[in-house]
Design a protein around this ligand. Structure first.
Ligand SMILES: Nc1ncnc2c1ncn2[C@@H]1O[C@H](COP(=O)(O)OP(=O)(O)OP(=O)(O)O)[C@@H](O)[C@H]1O
Ligand SMILES: [Mg+2]
Length: 245
C-alpha cells in the first residue's frame, strides 16, 4: 500500500542553508497495518507524511501509495489517501455536521449514501453531542474530531495522520486510538506520527524511529524489547536516539 524508496527532501532555507529533513528513507506499510513514526521535534516526521500525501515534492527518491507514484501520479494518490495534519483546514462558520456534509459532497457522495456515511462517522468518532455546534465554537478535541471526520469521509484505503491525538484529553485520545484500530480492522493502511509512546506501543504493528531525517531502526515492539532487553518503548526510544545525538 505504501512503499518508499530512498525518499529524500532537502529544503533550501535562505537563513539556515540546506536542511536535509528526510534523508534516504525506505520502508513499506501494508493493508491492515499500522506504521508509527516516532522522533524528536524536527526529526522529519511531518515532512515524510507531507511527501507521501503529495503536498511536497521529494528532492530525490520516490514512493508509491496504493500503487500510484507520488511524483508521477499525485492526483491518483490524493484520491486514495486521507491526510490529517496540524493545519487541516476547517470552515469556522459551518457546524460539525455541515462540515462533514460539505466534504462528503466534494468527494461525490449524495443523498442516502451521504447520510449513511455521515451517521457512521458521527457514531465512530462520538460526535453526537456537538454535531450541531459551529466549528469556531468547538473545543480543541472536538475540532480535531471534525478534522478527522473530514479526512476520512471518502473512506480512503490509506490514512496518513500527523499527530492525530496531539493535545487531546485522555478520553478523546482513546476515541481516536479506537478509531485507528477500527480502520486497521477494516483493512486500511495507516501511517501516523506521535510523541505519545504508550499510544504507539498499543497501536503500531511497525514502529520506525526517525532522527535527523533518517530511520535509525524499524521493527515491532517485541523485536525492540528483545534486542535491547528493555520493556518500555519510551526507554527504548531514548536509548536509540541518545546513541546518535
Ligand atoms: N518548508 C520548510 N522550509 C525549511 N525547513 C523546513 C520546512 N519544513 C520543515 N523544515 C525543517 O525540516 C526539519 C524537519 O521538520 P518536520 O516538520 O518534518 O519535523 P517533525 O518530526 O514533524 O517535528 P515535530 O515533532 O516538531 O512536529 C526541521 O529542521 C524543520 O525546521
Ligand atoms: Mg511534525
Amino acid at each position: 500500500m505504501i512503499q518508499t524508496s530512498n525518499l529524500t527532501k532537502i529544503f533550501e532555507d535562505k537563513k539556515r542553508g540546506k536542511i536535509t529533513a528526510v534523508d534516504n528513507i525506505t520502508f513499506s506499510c501494508k493493508a491492515g497495518e499500522v506504521f508509527g513514526l516516532l522522533g524528536l521535534n524536527g526529526a522529519g516526521k511531518t515532512t515524510t507524511l507531507r511527501l507521501l500525501a503529495t503536498s511536497l515534492k521529494p528532492t530525490s527518491g520516490t514512493a508509491s501509495v496504493s500503487g500510484f507514484d507520488i511524483v508521477k501520479e499525485p492526483q491518483r494518490v490524493k484520491e486514495k489517501i486521507g491526510f490529517l495534519t496540524g493545519d487541516t483546514g476547517l470552515y469556522a462558520r459551518l457546524t460539525a455536521e455541515e462540515t462533514i456534509t460539505y466534504f462528503a459532497r466534494l468527494y461525490g457522495l449524495h443523498n442516502s449514501d451521504l447520510e449513511k456515511r455521515k451517521t457512521e462517522i458521527i457514531k465512530l468518532l462520538d460526535m453526537e453531542d456537538f454535531k450541531k455546534g459551529q466549528v469556531d465554537k468547538l473545543s480543541l478535541g472536538q475540532k480535531q474530531k471534525v478534522s478527522i471526520a473530514r479526512t476520512v469521509i471518502h473512506n480512503p484505503p490509506v490514512l496518513i495522520l500527523d499527530e492525530p491525538t496531539a493535545r487531546l484529553d485522555v478520553i478523546s485520545a482513546r476515541n481516536i486510538v479506537e478509531f485507528i484500530k477500527e480502520a486497521k480492522r477494516a483493512g486500511k493502511c495507516i501511517i501516523f506520527s506521535t510523541h505519545i509512546m504508550h499510544e504507539a506501543a498499543k497501536l503500531c504493528d511497525v514502529i520506525a524511529i526517525i532522527h535527523k531525517g533518517k530511520i535509525l531502526e524499524a521493527g515491532t515492539l517485541p523485536q525492540f524489547q528483545e534486542k535491547y532487553k528493555i520493556q518500555e518503548l519510551d526507554d527504548i526510544f531514548v536509548k536509540i536516539v541518545e546513541e546518535k545525538r
